[in-house]
Design a protein around this ligand. Structure first.
Ligand SMILES: Nc1nc2c(ncn2[C@@H]2O[C@H](COP(=O)(O)OP(=O)(O)OP(=O)(O)O)[C@@H](O)[C@H]2O)c(=O)[nH]1
Ligand SMILES: [Mg+2]
Length: 209
């Protein structure tokens, strides 16, 4: 899929204030600093579109970007940032889980996993929760440029094995780098195929119109 345009639309903490859910939507989620915002920028060919930082905890809101004027890409705050208080963590949980379970036009959640790490309990638990809620998801392994191919494959296989203890099948997955652009075309093609099949949900009509 070709990206002709991508622009920031709105930031939110409330599901009730999200933009109209009349186009397909894809959310990027994962631990703080895993590279969500950087990968969105690479996919969209716009360096400063989503705000990135070397310090974890940069993205704090639900950020909607509209792509080609006909689908949404959503940058979410990360989980698992150690320096966040219990209260803000609970707040995060509530509003993100609320968003993920209620958003009808959400086609797929991309769970980003750092390809340099051994399987992390927090990621496996999050995937298990998505499974329980029947929310469709894919896995994106990030930062593959930071190590050798065989090392990435080793960690991917370990993650697969760990996830298959909870699931019967491994979901579609992608190995990516926001630095080199590895995996970019495959992710965009995957989104493009889902977009073609999208049927808009019936939205409440305005009683005044
Ligand atoms: N080498 C390399 N660095 C990356 C890659 N993706 C992200 N980074 C770096 O990792 C750091 C975190 O990236 P972000 O995109 O801000 O991460 P995030 O997941 O959005 O983080 P939060 O918004 O804090 O949850 C930044 O310093 C990026 O430059 C990658 O594919 N390769
Ligand atoms: Mg971010």
């Amino acid at each position: 899929m070709q990206i002709k345009s991508a622009r920031f639309l709105v930031s939110n903490t409330k599901v009730s204030a999200l933009p109209l859910g009349n186009v397909p939507e894809y959310a990027f989620i994962g631990r703080s600093n895993v590279g969500k915002s950087s990968l969105i920028n690479k996919l969209m060919n716009q360096a400063g579109l989503a705000k990135t930082s070397q310090r974890p905890g940069k993205t704090q809101l639900i950020n909607h970007f509209i792509v080609n004027e006909n689908w949404y890409i959503v940058d979410l705050p990360g989980y698992g940032y150690a320096r966040v208080s219990k209260t803000s963590r609970e707040k995060w949980e509530k509003f993100i889980r609320n968003y993920l379970t209620k958003r009808e036009n959400l086609q797929c959640v991309f769970v980003l996993i750092d390809s340099r790490l051994e399987p992390q309990a927090i990621d496996l638990e999050f995937c298990a929760w998505l499974g329980e809620c029947a929310i469709p998801f894919c896995i994106i392994f990030t930062k593959a440029d930071k190590q050798s191919g065989p090392k990435t494959d080793q960690n991917v296989n370990k993650f697969k094995k760990a996830l298959l203890e909870q699931f019967e099948e491994f979901p579609p997955y992608f190995i990516t780098s926001a630095e080199s652009g590895l995996g970019k075309e495959k992710v965009l093609q995957f989104i493009g195929e889902i977009n073609e099949q999208f049927v808009a949900p019936i939205l409440p009509t305005d009683p005044n119109s």
